[in-house]
Each structure stands twice: as structure tokens, then as C-alpha cells.
Write a protein that binds this ligand. Structure first.
Ligand code: CTP
Ligand code: CA
Length: 224
């Protein structure tokens, strides 16, 4: 007997993935950013592609090659990333917010290089827009997957972010774990949803991304 080949679980789905840090300009030669390498986000984009999705990858400044068969859009700041994601939100089926978005930006970016002076210096900062929270507030049919980078009380904070941002899943990441976090090829996460929590063992980021998305897509889209 032949059984029909199972179609790929994300076939026909439009997936938007954000990855990497954002960069917030202070002046033409200086900026605020963070240590995100973009590896986990790129791995999520590749995993979505391999499960059959049509993937757009919105990337902050990272030193990674564009994966095959993925549309990449490079952005710099949190404001740029917000615009790139919002303009694709209506037609998206899934948004995966892996990016480490800067929480603050300089209130004024100087047009010219700032000169040092005698005495103390301070840069006035303001909050960036919370992109995931904005998406959560405007959600219609989309599945929203966020990340949470934590150093302590990771699950409590992760559950809080699931609720406050109206996400469907939060992938909680203990960045103090030596096998996880920024720059590493491996990661250690717990998947948090309203159904509960699922811890994953330390794993290569690409393998982990594949397992996370396989689990989520079977749960959300495989109603056969
Ligand atoms: N996020 C976002 N826009 C921001 C800040 C965060 O979209 N301006 C998203 C991240 O991409 C991630 C999730 O929100 O998917 C959680 O990010 P995280 O930095 O862990 O949480 P915050 O809400 O920023 O809280 P804090 O940094 O204070 O822990
Ligand atoms: Ca943050």
C-alpha cells in the first residue's frame, strides 16, 4: 500500500521572522546596541522555510549570510524594524520576534560627531516602541511567537511577557546558561504557552529551531 506523503506543515504559510540586534544612533560615529548575533533568528527563518513556509527575514545589523530561498530585509533601528514588520503584518500567518530590539534610543541623534567636554556627560534616552506588544494589540488571525532573554526568574518573566504582549508562544531563554544565549551555536530554552511549559535540552540552534517550529505547527495547523 502507498500512503499519501504528508504535506509540509507550514506549506502556504507566510512567516515573518525578525533577527539580530537593533542599532540606535547617537551621532554619525556612535550607537547603542546589544550582543545579539542573530543566529537563533536566522535558524528560526531556515526552520520555517524547511517546513514549507514562505519566509521574510527582517534582520538588524548582523554578520550572517542570507539563507537560500528566504527574502531578507535589512533594517537598522527599532523604528525601522517596526515599520518593516507592520507593513507585512496583514498578510502574515506567523510572526516570530527573535530580534533583540533595543529598549531605549537617544532622544536626539546628533547630525555631527559629538565632541568631548570637561566634566560628566549624559545622553538623554527614550523608550523604543515595543514591536511585539504592538503586534499583539493589533492581532487578527496571526500566530505570534516571541522570545524572552532573561538572567533570573526566567519562567515568571516569560509568562508575564506572554500575557502583556498578547503572544501565543514565548521562547524563554536563560542567557546566563553557558550552553545558551548570545553568540553561541547552542541554546537552552523553555517554550511557554497558555497550555503550559516545555523545557528543551541544550541543542544546536538550528536543530532547536526545527524542533520548536515542528511542535508549534503541528499543534496549530495540523488538524488532520
Ligand atoms: N520586543 C519588541 N520590541 C521591543 C522590545 C522587545 O518587539 N522594543 C520583543 C522581542 O523581540 C522579544 C520580546 O519582545 O520577542 C521580549 O523581549 P525582551 O527584551 O526579553 O523583553 P522586554 O519586553 O523588552 O522586557 P525587558 O527587556 O525589560 O526584560
Ligand atoms: Ca528588552
Amino acid at each position: 500500500y502507498f500512503t499519501e506523503a504528508k504535506p509540509l506543515p507550514l506549506k502556504g504559510k507566510r512567516v515573518v521572522v525578525t533577527a539580530g540586534p537593533t542599532l540606535e544612533r547617537i551621532d554619525p560615529v556612535r550607537y547603542i546596541s546589544n550582543f545579539s548575533s542573530g543566529k537563533m533568528g536566522f535558524a528560526m527563518a531556515e526552520a520555517a522555510r524547511d517546513l514549507g513556509a514562505d519566509v521574510t527575514l527582517v534582520a538588524g545589523p548582523v554578520a550572517l549570510d542570507t539563507p537560500a530561498r528566504i527574502q531578507r530585509i535589512d533594517v537598522e533601528s527599532a523604528a525601522d524594524m517596526l515599520e518593516a514588520v507592520l507593513s507585512r503584518y496583514d498578510e502574515a500567518d506567523i510572526v516570530i520576534k527573535s530580534a533583540a530590539v533595543a529598549d531605549y534610543r537617544p532622544k536626539h541623534a546628533a547630525d555631527q560627531k559629538m565632541k568631548k567636554q570637561e566634566g560628566d556627560a549624559a545622553i538623554e534616552l527614550e523608550r523604543t516602541t515595543d514591536i511585539l506588544k504592538t503586534l499583539g494589540a493589533q492581532k487578527t488571525h496571526q500566530l505570534l511567537i516571541g522570545f524572552a532573554a532573561e538572567t533570573n526568574d526566567a519562567l515568571t518573566y516569560g509568562r508575564g511577557k506572554l500575557e502583556s504582549k498578547n503572544a501565543d508562544y514565548i521562547i524563554v531563554n536563560d542567557v546566563t546558561n553557558p550552553d545558551g544565549g548570545f553568540g553561541n551555536d547552542t541554546n537552552v530554552v523553555t517554550l511557554v504557552s497558555r497550555d503550559g511549559e516545555m523545557p528543551y535540552p541544550a541543542m544546536d540552534k538550528r536543530m532547536l529551531a526545527h524542533q520548536l517550529l515542528t511542535y508549534i505547527s503541528e499543534k496549530e495547523f495540523d488538524h488532520s
